[in-house]
Write a protein that binds this ligand. Structure first.
Ligand code: MLT
Ligand code: MN
Length: 309
């Protein structure tokens, strides 16, 4: 299986349009230690020719232009993108669907809850149902993404719920502390080759390492995991926001309760942070925090990163 990281930043991208934090300034100054990052998404392929997007970021047009494997070949209107799988309905994960208009056939897979949210927003009708089929995928059930003509794409995906939060734009303050969140609001994706030789996990948003999640991840060859914040109150400390990571549905990287500690006993071979916020010091090469993450066996995803397994 082939994985290409199309985007490695959290919602807003790095630098975010209105962010004047020192990290963002370094990226705008083209500091080689602080490369720009687009909003998180990966492309997955069994054969290196036909690709499935995991989430559709607002930066998708740029991501396609930057990724030769995703360029049209053959016919005058064509794309190697055969399908899109969504993990949730966050702005940074669904708005790229609007880029995929223009009567190009593909299949769109998401939980019934997320498809319901898209269905309730008529702007997504730009994806003409004659060309783009919406395929509900129940949590816990494996499915093989397919081309529009029905041909299987050679790997299986199992969406499963992880602790998280309903998309920011769907929060309902009248529905209590969790803003009306239901399990189908935050899916993680387990991806298996059909021969059963290998697998990996794509988890760009996760609020907590539960015993069930730890058991699933135990011994995995590869995990992409939520690297939004270094510490829970980072946005408050840095003066750029009022929300904690916990409030946004993200487990932080450091600390006794953090992601690095939570993975210590899991025996995961390759651990890669993705969905990284502008304030997180692991964005930047040679910071003490980046070095600490690397010393703990973690890599930090970058746009254009390629992994074959
Ligand atoms: C998140 O991951 O918390 C969201 O992308 C926030 C947002 O919608 O900007
Ligand atoms: Mn996000």
């Amino acid at each position: 299986m082939h994985v290409t990281v199309l985007g490695s930043a959290a919602g807003g991208g790095y630098p975010q349009w209105n962010c004047n934090h020192p990290n963002s300034r370094r990226a705008r100054e083209r500091d080689p230690d602080a490369p720009m990052r687009t909003q998180s998404s990966i492309a997955v392929s069994a054969d290196g020719v036909q690709w499935v997007l995991f989430n559709a970021s607002p930066d998708l047009r740029q991501q396609i232009n930057d990724t030769p494997a995703l360029h049209p070949t053959g016919a005058l209107r064509a794309s190697p993108i055969q399908a899109v799988v969504l993990t949730n309905a966050d702005v940074d994960h669904v708005t790229g669907l609007l880029t995929l208009r223009e009567s190009q056939p593909f299949r769109l897979y998401a939980t019934p809850r997320v498809l319901g949210v898209l269905g309730a927003n008529s702007i997504f009708n730009v994806l003409n149902p004659q060309y783009v089929t919406r395929e509900p995928v129940p949590l816990g059930e494996a499915f093989e993404p397919r081309r529009p003509d029905g041909t299987g794409l050679g790997f299986a995906v199992v969406p499963f719920a992880v602790p998280g939060k309903v998309a920011l734009w769907l929060e309902d303050a009248f529905k209590g502390d969790n803003f009306g969140t239901v399990p189908e609001d935050t899916a993680a994706l387990e991806v298996r080759d059909l021969a059963g030789h290998t697998k990996f996990f794509y988890i760009p948003g996760c609020a907590e390492m539960t015993p069930e999640l730890a058991a699933r991840l135990q011994g995995a060859p590869l995990v992409f995991f939520d690297g939004t914040l270094w510490v829970d109150d980072e946005m408050i400390r840095e003066g750029v926001g009022v929300k904690t990571g916990r409030r946004m549905g993200h487990l932080s990287v450091s600390g006794a309760e953090g992601t690095i500690a939570a993975f210590e006993a899991l025996g995961v071979t390759r651990k890669i942070f993705i969905h990284i916020n502008t304030t997180n010091p692991i964005l930047i090469a040679n910071t003490p925090e980046r070095r600490a993450a690397e010393a703990a066996g973690w890599e930090v995803a970058y746009d254009g990163m390629r992994v074959t397994l």
